[in-house]
Design a protein around this ligand. Sequence first.
Ligand code: ADP
Ligand code: 5GP
Length: 189
Amino acid sequence: MARVFVITGPSGVGKGTLIRRLRATHPELRLSVSATTRPMREGEEHGRDYWFLDDEEFARRVDDGDFVEHAEYAGRRYGTLREELDRHLGEGAPVVLEIEVQGAAQIRETMPEAVQVFVVPPSFEVLQQRLEGRGTDGADTIARRLEVSKVELESQHEFDHRIVNDDLERSVAELEAIVEAQLPATNGA
Ligand code: ADP
Ligand code: 5GP
């Protein structure tokens, strides 16, 4: 049984949306709160959405070996804290990591038993529309994320599972099927 699920894919593809829907039906899945050096967005909370660290503290924690994986994405640093992952796993809970593709590649090396899902946009245009429609990022940030997405999409075939997130209900069902195949049956199912 896998206990770590990695959900990756370009920014704006719908990872967060899919994970929210998955956790609504599978509340036993814990979401690992990552660390980042990017500025906090309106409505975000330290410790809930991310652990927001400055560059110096992030670098120190890299040197201290505190990260399971970490990467630079669009000029900012992001990483999964070992203590965060171990806390959930230590409580016997399955954990979801929502991370970009370089981090996913590191997890593949260090935790080959983790299940990896790459979420694919229906098209580049739709990805752009979703990033714009989400309203969380300025034009420069969106342009940068779209540039990065071209490189990210090239690695989609390295992943065990791919979900083309066009129809949300279908995508949620596909993700549930992938995850349910790895979890112990519940409610007599
Ligand atoms: P990510 O976490 O990958 O950056 P989000 O989950 O924030 O992406 O989704 C980006 C935007 O796209 C959000 O506004 C979300 O509501 C929308 N979205 C996600 N999935 C779909 C879908 N299947 N169809 C239409 N819109 C979607
Ligand atoms: P955002 O700035 O939109 O919150 O996240 C930008 C990108 O960083 C997304 O693709 C997101 O999945 C990724 N990300 C978030 N946390 C981590 C992490 O801990 N490690 C890695 N490698 N990527 C992360």
